[in-house]
Design a protein around this ligand. Structure first.
Ligand code: ADP
Length: 273
C-alpha cells in the first residue's frame, strides 16, 4: 500500500481526506502570448457588462496596447455586433483566427462560428464551458497585452470555468444602480474572492444622466452607492458611467470603436492599477 507523500500531485493515496486539487488552468495556444487577462463580470444580465468590456478594449487599444476580447457570454453574445463584425472566423490545421475590429481589436465569439448569428445557442453547461476552453486553447491570439473576457452574468458553470481555467489577473465588476442596492453584485464580488482573483474595480453603469441643455447631472436611479459598496469590499477603484444615447446609437450601428468621453480615462486607471 502506498503512503502519503504530502504532495497531492504525486501521491498515490486516493482516499486522502486532505487531498488538494492542483491548478486547473489550461495553457493557451502555442501561438499566443497573452500578458494580462481581465474578466468582466456582473450579477445579472442587461447591466452593460458587454458595453464595459467593449469600452475597456477600445480604450486599451487607443493607448497602444495589443488588445483582444474573448466573448465568453456564449448564450448572449453581443461583442461582434457592437463592433460591426459579421464575417465568420477562419480556421486551419493550426487553429482558429480571431476577427479584427475596425480599430484592430482581436475578437472571438460564438457568433463568428455559428452560421446564423440570430439562432439561439441551446447548449448544456458542460458544452458551453468546453467552448470557453477552446477559445483559450484553439484560437491563435498572437501577442496580446490585454485580453478582456466578457463573462456570462451570474455564478454558473461558464464563469466558474473562466475562473478555474484562465490565468485571470483580475476582474472588473459591472453593476447598475439598482443592483448596488440589492445583494446581486455582492455574489459576483464574493465569487472572485473565493477564487482568489482580485477585483480591480467596480463600474456603476447608468449611474447618472448629464442634461445636454443645461449640463446638470441627474442621478435618475437615486444617489450612487458605488463608493460605499466598493469600500465595503476593499475595491480600490470605482468608475461611474452615464446613460448616454450616443453609446446606444454606436452599439446599434456597430461602431463602438468610435466612442469617446472623458471618463474613459478612469477605465485606464483601473486596468493599469
Ligand atoms: P449586458 O452585457 O450586461 O447584458 P449590454 O452591455 O449588452 O448588457 O447592454 C445592454 C444594452 O444597453 C445595450 O444595447 C447597450 O447599448 C445599452 N447600454 C448599456 N449601457 C448604456 C449606457 N450607459 N448608455 C446608453 N445605453 C447603454
Amino acid at each position: 500500500m502506498s503512503e502519503c507523500t504530502h504532495n497531492c500531485e504525486t501521491c498515490g493515496v486516493g482516499d486522502c481526506g486532505e487531498r488538494q486539487s492542483g491548478s486547473m488552468q489550461i495553457p493557451p495556444h502555442d501561438g499566443s502570448v497573452i500578458k494580462k487577462v481581465i474578466g468582466v463580470v456582473s450579477g445579472k444580465g442587461g447591466v452593460g457588462k458587454s458595453l464595459v468590456t467593449s469600452l475597456l478594449a477600445v480604450m486599451a487599444s487607443r493607448e497602444g496596447y495589443k488588445t483582444a476580447i474573448m466573448d465568453a457570454d456564449i448564450t448572449g453574445p453581443s461583442i461582434p455586433k457592437a463592433f460591426g463584425i459579421h464575417e465568420k472566423a477562419i480556421g486551419n490545421e493550426l487553429g482558429i483566427y480571431p476577427a479584427r475590429s475596425a480599430g484592430g481589436i482581436s475578437v472571438m465569439s460564438v457568433n463568428l462560428l455559428t452560421e446564423d448569428e440570430t439562432a439561439p445557442v441551446i447548449w448544456r453547461g458542460p458544452i458551453l464551458a468546453g467552448v470557453v476552453k477552446q477559445f483559450w486553447q484553439d484560437v491563435l491570439w498572437g501577442a496580446v497585452d490585454y485580453m478582456f473576457v466578457d463573462m456570462p452574468p451570474g455564478t454558473g458553470d461558464v464563469p466558474l470555468t473562466v475562473f478555474q481555467s484562465l490565468p485571470l489577473d483580475g476582474v472588473i465588476v459591472v453593476a447598475s444602480p439598482q443592483e448596488l442596492v440589492g445583494m446581486i453584485v455582492e455574489k459576483a464580488v464574493k465569487m472572485a474572492d473565493m477564487m482568489s482573483v482580485p477585483v480591480l474595480g467596480l463600474v456603476e453603469n447608468m449611474s447618472y444622466f448629464r442634461c445636454p441643455d443645461c449640463g446638470c447631472i441627474h442621478e435618475i436611479f437615486g444617489k450612487s452607492r458605488a463608493d460605499e459598496i466598493a469600500a465595503k469590499y476593499g475595491i480600490k477603484k470605482t468608475v461611474k458611467i452615464p446613460i448616454d444615447p450616443e453609446i446606444a446609437r454606436l452599439v446599434d450601428a456597430g461602431h463602438i470603436d468610435e466612442y469617446n468621453a472623458e471618463w474613459l480615462q478612469q477605465l485606464k486607471g483601473v486596468i493599469e492599477s
